[in-house]
Design a protein. Structure first.
Lengths: 137, 368
């Protein structure tokens, strides 16, 4: 595993996503209310690009007629067949044990820290003032 | 080397090794006025006064919200604007080049052929045929059009077939799986005679005229039911074509069943053969058991592929149907699109893959 700087935090505001390439691997980075998550950009079903998916939540019910909308902005639907995944973990909503999109740990690092720790920043120019999205691949 | 062979060997940067034939691509118009250049002043005026050429939502399908905007993949909306399937450049980039499609058959689902007004249906089919040619085939010759016909006016339908036959822009005649009467009825036979005489196959795509509730049990509650019931319409048409004797009268007629599923094909054959043994007197015009016509005159397109719990069961289904009866279809840009390399989870041999992705379709369609 190695840590790669893939974007500035300002490039991916809350609710946004960005497709990045790390060592030839396409990864979709999501910002969920200020927290960043990374998923392999291929749906485990037929390979649709998850980065082009539709971000939604869950409709849950404890009994008929009593509905609650939960997890707003945390659920991703593949743009092709609508398979749903938890952005935080990559697990499928309907079959979380058997089906998951591979997830990659993402952290935020300040420019100074990026330079000091010699994190890999091949495509993103780094300055001390900025904050950066770092993915562990 | 022929043009056809060159196209089949065409390999851009796609992962695919062979040029693929996709039997189901849906084109859309950039604007509702796209047909104007191909309509007479009378029909242009009609469109501007009546707004559209089919009946409204309560008498037609489309009563159910369709799961995705315009029933399309959410990543298929062209960056330059317009509906999915309306921008040839984007379709080329996202589908034809990305999947190494050598030929794609256009299946317009824009209702030109189901207008209750038969004169309007004839005019709109002619216009839509010309539109497919000019807007898709001319800029991208890998895309081949369907001959849309006003099937409830067979004389006009035959005229349209004869006008297009021989034009390489057109790959097949399209009919819908929902028709005023089952397609085996004699009123439709002039269409089959013209198809056989001109060596054109029939692309039988799900959808079409809505004459009744979509299910034999009435109006269902959900889109998932409406979506699933399209399979029944395809089974009904296959049974009607076989049992009415269409393939005895037109032994060289080829019919491709598109988007109606396929795991039901073997059981339909088994059941009809069983009934036929007992009720042959009713069907004295049939010379062979019904299942034999399934294997000689009918093909199935793969999308939406069946996804059995045990993926290997799909191999058994393919064996039952016959490997030579199966052609690939993507349904691009619709949301239930199938990718040619990931749609089925079983490992196919090179020969099996070539048959489904290319060779079987080459035996049905004539691409020039």
């Amino acid at each position: 595993m190695s840590r790669h700087v893939v974007a500035t935090t300002s490039e991916i505001p809350p609710g946004a996503r960005k497709r990045v390439s790390v060592r030839g691997r396409a990864i979709a980075i999501f910002n969920v209310n200020g927290e960043y998550f990374g998923l392999f950009d291929r749906c485990p079903h037929q390979g649709g690009s998850l980065c082009g998916g539709f971000i939604t939540g869950l409709v849950e019910a404890s009994e008929p007629g009593d509905y609650v909308y939960t997890r707003r902005g945390e659920i991703l639907r593949c743009p092709w067949h609508g398979w749903e995944f938890d952005i935080r973990t990559g697990h499928s909503v309907t079959d979380p044990e058997a089906i998951r999109a591979r997830s990659y740990p993402v952290e935020i690092a300040q420019g100074g820290e990026v330079l000091e720790r010699h994190l890999v920043a091949e495509t993103v120019p780094v300055s001390v003032e900025e904050n950066y999205v770092v993915v562990d691949v | 080397m022929s043009v056809t062979a060159e196209r089949l060997d065409h390999q851009p940067e796609a992962a695919s090794r062979i040029g693929i034939i996709d039997t189901d691509i849906h084109p859309y118009m950039k604007s509702p006025r796209d047909l104007d250049p191909y309509l007479s002043a009378h029909w242009r005026q009609y469109l501007s006064e009546y707004d559209k050429f089919v009946c409204g939502p309560y008498a037609a399908r489309g009563t159910y919200p369709r799961f995705a905007p315009n029933t399309c993949r959410r990543d298929s909306w062209p960056p330059g604007g317009g509906l999915p399937g309306s921008d040839v450049d984007f379709m080329r980039e996202q589908h034809l080049d990305a999947s190494n499609i050598a030929f794609g058959v256009l299946e317009p689902l824009l209702n030109a052929n189901i207008a209750r007004n038969h004169e309007a249906a004839a005019a709109f089919c002619t216009a839509m045929n010309e539109w497919q040619k000019q807007a898709f085939y001319v800029p991208e010759p890998r895309l081949r059009a369907s001959i849309l016909v006003p099937q409830d006016d067979p004389a006009e339908a035959v005229k349209e077939i004869e006008a297009r036959a021989g034009d390489p822009a057109f790959a097949q005649i399209q009919l819908g799986s929902k028709t005023s009467e089952p397609l085996g009825r004699k009123r439709y036979w002039p269409i089959f005679a013209a198809a056989q005489a001109n060596n054109l196959s029939i692309g039988l795509h799900i959808g079409g005229t809505q004459n009744s509730a979509p299910s034999a049990g009435g109006w269902p509650q959900f889109y998932i039911e409406d979506h699933h019931m399209l399979v029944h319409s395809m089974q009904n048409q296959a049974a009607s074509l076989i049992l009415e004797g269409v393939f005895e009268a037109f032994p060289n007629l080829k019919v491709v069943m598109i988007e109606g599923g396929f795991a039901w094909v073997p059981t339909l054959g088994w059941r009809l053969d069983n009934h036929w043994k007992k009720m042959r007197t009713e069907l004295s015009h049939l010379k062979r058991p019904p299942s034999e016509y399934l294997r000689s005159n009918l093909w199935v397109a793969t999308q939406p592929v069946e996804e059995p719990e045990n993926p290997e069961d799909l191999r058994q289904v393919f064996e039952w149907i016959g490997w030579d009866r199966i052609v690939y279809s993507s349904d691009y840009p619709h949301w239930d699109y199938d990718d040619p390399h990931t749609a089925w989870r079983i490992r196919l041999s090179d020969q099996e893959e070539r048959m489904i992705l290319r060779d079987n379709a080459m035996a049905v369609y004539h691409f020039r």
